[in-house]
Design a protein. Structure first.
Lengths: 318, 318
C-alpha cells in the first residue's frame, strides 16, 4: 500500500507519497504564510492531497490513507487542530473539513513530534521497536512517545508534553512561563543561553570569538569544542547533563528500547550522543537488571515530517 | 466470572476471590517471613490458591484466572519476579513454577503499584476511566500508570518508575542513592524529614510537642496543622508543592482523567487533596484548553492489593 504524508509548517505545506518501507516516491509542496486564514489553509491542503495523488498516477485503491503532522496541539481522535505555532489554525475540525472538500480517504492527524517518533519506530533509527522515546531539540523541546506499539497521547491528546516536566525547582524560566521545566534547560534556545553566560565569564574563549564572527549560532559552540576550547567543552558537558536528566526521567517511566534525539543538534554526533549515552546508562533506574537503552540520533532527516505523517496512517488505519 | 487476587507482602500472603464488580467474596491469608526461601514461598502461594478456590466452592469454570501483585520488580510478560523488598524472591519464574505445582488457571503477575492503578480504574475511584495515574506515598513513592486502557510497563516491565523522575538538580538524596528524585521530596519519609527540619527551626511549635509525645509519626504533622500550628501548616503546604511538581510532570506526559493518591497520607483529605488539586490545575500544561484532571484519594483501602491483583486478570485475560 501507499500512504500520503503531509508535513504542515508555517512557511510551507509539504506532501509526499510513501511506500511501506518509508521511501518517499513523490513529493509536492506549496508555500503558505503564518497570516493566511485557517479556512484557506484547509483548502490548500485539500488541493495538495488531490494533486499529489493524481500526479502520482497511483490508483485510489492503493492509497491506505492520509496522515498529517501539525506543529501544535491536536485532538487526534476528534480530528481537530486546537492551535498551532506560526499557523493560523485554531479549533479547526480538520478531518471533517477535508472530507467536505472531497478527500474521501481515511485521514489521521497528530502533533508533529508524535509523527516523528512513529516514523523512527516504523522505518527509521528504531525500526521494529515497540517502545521508543524521541525528543526533538529545537527552539523548544518536543517529545514523541511510543509505548508497546501505541502512540502515547493521553486524554484528548493533551499529553506527551515532556518538555514541560519539572527538572529543577524554581529554576530557569520556560517558554510556557513556568520555572524549571526540561525545555528551559535542554532546548537549543537553552544551550545558546548557557553558552552566552559562559562567554560572559570567559570573553577570551574561542567560542566567544566565533560568536562575534558568525553571530549566536549553535554550530559555533560545537566548532569551538572540536578545536579544543575548554569553555565550549564545559558548556556541552553541562548541556548533556541537562538533556540527560530529563531523558533519565523519561526512561524511568517508559524504559524504551531506543531513546532518540532529533533536531539539528543530533548531527553533532561524536560530541553529543556518546556522552548522553553514558549519562543515561549510568543513571537510569534498574540499570543493573535491564538491557541498555540505545541512545541514537533520529535517522529520518529532511523528509522526516512527511514520512512520520505517513506512518500515522500505518499505525492507525485498520 | 470470578478472579483470584493475591497480595504478596513480607509478612503475609493474602488471597481473595473477587467478582466483576470488585467485591471480595472470600478471603484467606497465610503468614510468611522476610527470610523464608523463595521456593517455599512459591509452594505456600500454590497451596493458598488451591485452598481458597476449593473452600469457596466456586466451580473451576467460573474462575477467569489468578492475578498477583509483588512489592518489587516483576517482568510481567515472562512471568518472572526479579526482586522484591522484604521477600526472598530473586529471579523466580513464578508463573512457570506455579503451573508445575498444579495451578492450571491463567496466571498474571505485576508490581503492586501497577495492580493498584488497575483496581482504581476498574472498580475504584476512577471507575471506567481509560487514563489514570496513581502515586502511592509511603516509605518510597510508587507510580501506577494506565494509558488508553493499557497498563504502562515499558520494555521488560522496567518502566513506570515515576518515583525516580528528576525534579530538583543536585537536590535531596533518594533511596536509590541518586539526587533530586521525586521520591526524595514527596514520599512519607521525605515529609517526616521536612517536618523534623522545620522543628529544628521552630522547637516551640505544637508539631514539635506532638513529635516529643508520640514519636516522629506522620499524623502528628496533620494533627498540629488541624489545631492551627503555623509550622505544621507550612510544612504541609511545601509538601503539597513537592508532590504537585512531580504530579504535574506526570500529568503533562499522560494527561489522565484522574490523578490518584494512595497511602495513608491520602486519608488526611481536607488538608491535602484540595491543595494538591489547586496546584495541579494551576500548573498543568494546556490547562486552558483541556478538561480538569480530577485529583482524588484512592478508594480501595484494606483490600486494595487483592482487588488490584484480581483486576490484573480482568485487564489481561482474553
Amino acid at each position: 500500500m501507499y500512504y500520503v504524508g503531509i508535513d504542515v509548517g508555517g512557511m510551507s505545506l509539504k506532501a509526499g507519497i510513501v511506500d511501506d518501507e518509508g521511501k518517499v516516491l513523490f513529493k509536492k509542496a506549496v508555500k503558505t504564510t503564518p497570516g493566511r486564514a485557517g479556512e484557506l489553509i484547509v483548502g490548500d491542503l485539500a488541493q495538495l492531497i488531490k494533486d499529489i495523488i493524481s500526479e502520482s498516477k497511483i490508483s485510489e485503491k492503493e492509497i491506505a490513507g492520509v496522515g498529517m503532522g501539525f506543529p501544535g496541539s491536536v485532538w487526534d481522535e476528534k480530528g481537530v487542530v486546537r492551535y498551532c505555532c506560526n499557523i493560523n489554525l485554531v479549533d479547526i475540525p480538520m478531518v471533517k473539513m477535508l472530507k467536505e472538500k472531497g478527500i474521501n480517504y481515511p485521514i489521521f492527524i497528530s502533533n508533529d513530534a508524535n509523527c516523528a517518533v512513529l516514523g523512527e519506530a516504523y522505518v527509521g533509527a528504531a525500526k521494529g521497536a515497540k517502545n521508543v522515546v524521541l525528543i526533538t531539540i529545537g527552539t523548544g523541546l518536543g517529545t514523541g512517545i511510543f509505548v508497546d506499539g501505541v502512540l502515547l497521547t493521553g486524554n484528548r491528546s493533551a499529553g506527551a508534553e515532556g518538555g514541560h516536566m519539572q527538572i529543577n525547582i524554581g529554576g530557569a524560566k520556560c517558554g510556557c512561563d513556568k520555572k524549571g521545566h526540561y525545555e528551559a534547560y535542554a532546548s537549543a534556545t537553552a544551550l545558546l543561553r548557557q553558552a552566552k553566560e559562559a562567554c560572559e565569564k570567559h570573553p577570551d574563549s574561542l567560542m566567544n570569538d566565533l560568536f562575534k564572527k558568525h553571530g549566536y549560532e549553535g554550530y559555533c559552540i560545537f566548532n569551538a569544542a572540536e578545536q579544543g576550547d575548554e569553555t565550549a567543552k564545559k558548556v556541552i558537558a553541562k548541556f548533556v547533563k541537562y538533556v540527560g536528566m530529563g531523558a533519565v526521567s523519561l526512561c524511568n517511566l517508559f524504559y524504551p528500547e531506543y531513546f532518540l534525539i532529533g533536531g539539528g543538534i543530533a548531527n553533532n554526533g561524536p560530541l553529543f550522543i556518546p556522552q548522553l549515552q553514558r549519562y543515561i546508562s549510568r543513571n537510569v533506574y534498574g540499570n543493573k537488571y535491564n538491557p541498555k537503552i540505545k541512545v541514537q540520533a533520529a535517522k529520518l532527516l529532511n523528509d522526516a515530517g512527511i514520512i512520520g505523517a505517513a506512518c500515522l496512517v500505518m499505525n492507525r488505519a485498520k
